[in-house]
Design a protein around this ligand. Structure first.
Ligand code: PLP
Length: 402
């Protein structure tokens, strides 16, 4: 099987699994228990917190809160900020955020908040003028992702957070770093010095599902989302998932160990895939080509082909990728990200995302390059919009779409 869907989730690294196992067996104790037997569990959670503080370059471990996933962290950050600052009722976000952010903002909108949704251009870059226009000194929160999960496009967080704090130091800046944590440097004393809160999930960097974290800068007004016990400095009640937290810390160490060589190798493979597809398949374009992008992500718009059919045929070849469409209540809804980017109609349903990890090999990319063009050619043969004889779009449809 060739797994090229690492922006959806990743395999658990063998050393991560190894690290977790003792906490499911002999070291099962509650980290809050005071007897000696629980010492290792407590140490595992606290040393994991050190690891995360080190990775984000903060000196304050209490700024790291362990959660169950990025979605929980995002909910805690946005709802927590709203609860702590009830007099502020305006939020700024973008049209291409993950639903975990967009749906929380929509909920607040239903509760009477004003939400400004900033657009992007054809390459997925944020409209900076619109962002500046919408920010107000009374704005509660800016919620903007670091890199987009569908296209890999990276937003200029340092600049956006800087503009936010110049408008007013009271505006909180939240950043969803789910796709970039351990892959792109995030330094809360450097490029992220104006960012107040961060969220991410372990399963995007070879830790298991069911564990994530939230960073809250000291002094940030944010009320607790989970109420109960005193765990996580009273910010997230509930017994910590020791095994998964220890595993997630191990995944950070493993990523750090080989970061530079991994990043270069992954980018080389991604570029080989990208160039190979462009060379071999007519009428394709890379979504986000001219933007700064994650080195592991390739989102290609294949005109005149249906994404779900490509996925099915690739699945038969045991190649796992994802498409830009989500099957919603029986009808195929185009991706909100590609819609916001203005991807043409003829490619909207034919976009495919390949996302790589350090476990992918050149042989796998060669296999995809051998078979993907055949899949597209087969599907185009059946397409009413494709002129098979001339290997180009039919006259009346070329250039079409909104
Ligand atoms: N934010 C981004 C950018 C994501 O890619 C994802 C998952 O794909 C999430 C948030 C939500 O992550 P989780 O499902 O682990 O909560």
């Amino acid at each position: 099987m060739i797994y090229l869907d690492n922006n959806a989730t990743t395999n658990v690294a063998p050393e991560v699994l190894e690290t977790m196992l003792p906490f499911f067996k002999e070291e099962y104790y509650n980290p809050s228990s005071m007897y000696g037997a629980a010492k290792l569990a407590r140490y595992a959670v606290e040393s994991a917190r050190n690891t995360f503080a080190g990775e984000l370059k903060t000196a304050h471990n209490s700024e790291i809160i362990f959660t169950s996933c990025a979605t929980e962290s995002i909910n805690a950050a946005i709802f927590g900020a709203a609860k702590a600052n009830p007099e502020r009722r305006h939020i700024v976000t973008t049209a291409v955020e993950h639903p975990a952010v967009l749906e929380v903002c929509k909920q607040l909108q239903r509760d009477g908040y004003e939400v400004s949704i900033i657009g992007v251009d054809r390459d997925g870059n944020i409209d900076l003028h619109e962002f500046i226009r919408e920010l107000q000194p009374e704005t509660l929160l800016v919620a903007i992702m670091h890199a987009n999960n569908e296209t890999g496009v990276i937003f200029p967080i340092e600049q956006l957070a800087g503009i936010t704090k110049e408008t007013s130091r009271k505006i909180l800046f939240f950043c969803d770093i789910t796709q970039t944590f351990t892959k792109v440097p995030v330094n809360v004393c450097g490029n992220f010095r104006d960012v107040d809160m961060l969220a991410f999930s372990g399963h995007k960097f070879h830790a298991p599902k069911g564990v994530g974290a939230l960073y809250i800068r000291r002094g940030t007004p944010c009320r607790s989302f989970f109420i109960g016990g005193h765990q996580e400095f009273g910010r997230r009640a509930g017994t910590e998932n020791v095994a998964l937290i220890a595993g997630m810390a191990k995944a950070v160490d493993a990523a750090a160990e080989h970061h530079q060589s991994d990043a270069e190798r992954i980018e080389t493979l991604r570029n080989k895939l990208q160039n190979g597809i462009i060379e071999r398949i007519p009428n394709v374009e890379v979504n986000g080509l001219n933007a700064e992008r994650m080195p592991n992500t390739l989102n290609v718009a294949v005109h005149y082909v249906e994404g779900e059919s490509m996925l099915t045929m690739l699945d038969e070849l045991e190649i796992c990728v994802s498409s830009g469409s989500a099957c919603t209540s029986g009808s195929l809804e185009p991706s909100h990200v590609l819609t916001a980017m203005g991807v043409p109609f003829t490619a909207m349903h034919g976009s495919v995302r390949f996302s790589l990890s350090r476990y992918n090999t050149e042989e796998e990319i060669d296999f995809v390059l051998e078979h993907f063009p055949k899949v597209v050619a087969n599907l185009r043969r059946m397409s009413p919009y494709w002129d098979q004889g001339n290997n180009c779009p039919r006259e009346e449809t070329s250039g079409g779409g909104s």
